[in-house]
Design a protein around this ligand. Structure first.
Ligand SMILES: Nc1ncnc2c1ncn2[C@@H]1O[C@H](COP(=O)(O)OP(=O)(O)O)[C@@H](O)[C@H]1O
Ligand SMILES: NC(=O)OP(=O)(O)O
Length: 311
C-alpha cells in the first residue's frame, strides 16, 4: 500500500467563487477524488494551502478592527484557516466516504511548523496572499499602508508577506501515528502555523509558510512514497502563458533544475512546487512527486500531470 501526501492549493480551492459555499463545493469535488484514490488502496495525508483565504481573512479582521474587537495577528489568522479549511475537507471526506460506501475517518491537526527567526524572508516578503489587484488598485492601496505587492504569475498583483522555510513540523509524531492508525489527517494547512522556539517555549510569528514546503516536510515525516500537489493547472509548463507553452509530462531533478535556471517557473506560485518536489525526490529513486489539477487526481495512474523523479 503506497502512502501519499496530497496537497490542495489555496488558489485551486478558491478558483472562482470566494464564498465559503463556493470553496466547499471545490473541496467536496476534491474529497470525492481523494476517497476514490484511498479506495484504490492508498494511504493518504492531506495538506492544503491558505494564501487567498488567510489574506482575505486578514482583510476582514482589519476592516472590523477596533479597540473592543481588535484584528488578530497573522499566525492566529493562519490557525483560523487551518480550522475552517480543515472543517471543509473533513466534512467533504465524510460525505464522499458515505456516498462511496467507504468507512474513512479523518481528523484535522492544527499544525505548527518551526521556522528560524533569522530566516532571510522576514526581511524580504515573498508569499502572495489574498485577492488579486490591478496596478491602479495597488497604487491606491499603498497610499494608506506599507503593504508590499508583487505581480503573481500574470494574474494581477497580490500583497506579499514573509514566508520562512519550515524546519520541522511540531506535531510530526502524532501525524505519523494518525496515518499509521489508518486515519486520514488534514495537516500543515497553509504550510503550518509559523512558530519559533525560544528555550523550551513555542511562539507564533507573523508570516505564511509555503504549503508546498510544509507538505514536503510532512511527506518526509511520514515516509510517504508520493507527494501529489494539486493546483489550478493540469501540468507544469515551459514558456507558460506564451503561444509556445508546452506541458511537461515527466522531468528529472536535473531537468527541473535546468528549467529553474531558465526562469521557467514563477516565484511564489509554480517555483515552490517544483522546489518542494525536488527536495522530496532527490536521491530517492523510489519516490514520486506529481503536480497536476484537482480534477486530474483520478487520472494520475494514467500519467496525467507532471511527474518529477530523481533520475
Ligand atoms: N511554468 C508554469 N507552469 C504552470 N503554471 C504556472 C507556471 N508558472 C506559473 N504558473 C502559475 O502557477 C499557478 C499555481 O500556483 P498557485 O496559484 O500559487 O497555486 P496554489 O493552487 O497552490 O495556490 C498556476 O495556476 C499558474 O497560474
Ligand atoms: N500557504 C500557501 O502556500 O498557500 P497557497 O497554496 O494558497 O499559496
Amino acid at each position: 500500500m503506497a502512502t501519499s501526501v496530497i496537497a490542495l492549493g489555496g488558489n485551486a480551492i478558491l478558483e472562482k467563487d470566494p464564498t465559503d459555499i463556493g470553496q466547499k463545493e471545490t473541496v467536496n469535488r476534491a474529497a470525492r477524488y481523494i476517497v476514490e484514490y484511498i479506495k484504490a488502496g492508498n494511504k493518504v495525508a492531506i495538506c492544503h494551502g491558505n494564501g487567498p483565504q488567510v489574506g482575505n481573512l486578514l482583510l476582514q479582521q482589519n476592516a472590523a478592527n477596533s479597540k473592543k474587537n481588535p484584528a488578530f495577528r497573522l499566525d492566529t489568522c493562519g490557525a483560523m484557516t487551518e480550522g475552517s479549511i480543515g472543517y471543509w475537507i473533513q466534512q467533504g471526506l465524510d460525505n464522499a466516504s458515505k456516498d462511496l460506501g467507504q468507512n474513512i475517518k479523518s481528523l484535522t491537526v492544527i499544525t505548527q511548523s518551526e521556522v528560524d527567526k533569522n530566516d532571510p524572508s522576514f526581511r524580504s516578503p515573498s508569499k502572495p496572499i489574498g485577492p488579486f489587484y490591478t496596478k491602479k488598485e495597488v497604487i491606491e492601496l499603498q497610499k494608506n499602508s506599507n503593504d508590499m505587492f508583487i505581480e503573481d504569475a500574470g494574474r494581477g498583483y497580490r500583497k506579499v508577506v514573509p514566508s520562512p522555510k519550515p524546519i520541522k513540523i511540531v506535531e510530526r509524531d502524532i501525524i505519523k501515528d494518525t496515518v499509521n492508525a489508518g486515519i486520514v489527517p488534514v495537516v500543515a494547512g497553509g504550510g503550518g502555523i509559523p512558530v519559533i522556539v525560544e528555550g523550551n517555549q513555542i511562539k507564533g510569528v507573523e508570516a505564511v509558510i509555503d504549503k508546498d514546503f510544509g507538505s514536503e516536510k510532512v511527506a518526509e515525516g511520514i515516509s510517504a512514497d508520493n507527494l501529489i500537489i494539486l493546483t489550478a493547472v493540469d501540468s507544469v509548463y515551459i514558456n507558460f502563458g506564451q503561444e509556445n507553452q508546452k506541458a511537461l509530462n515527466h522531468i528529472t531533478v536535473a531537468e527541473a533544475e535546468e528549467y529553474i535556471k531558465q526562469g521557467q517557473f514563477a516565484k511564489g506560485s509554480m517555483l515552490p512546487k517544483i522546489q518542494a518536489a525536488i527536495l522530496f525526490v532527490m536521491d530517492h529513486p523510489d519516490r514520486k512527486a506529481i503536480i497536476t489539477s484537482i480534477s486530474n487526481l483520478p487520472n494520475i495512474s494514467q500519467n496525467a500531470g507532471t511527474l518529477i523523479t530523481d533520475k
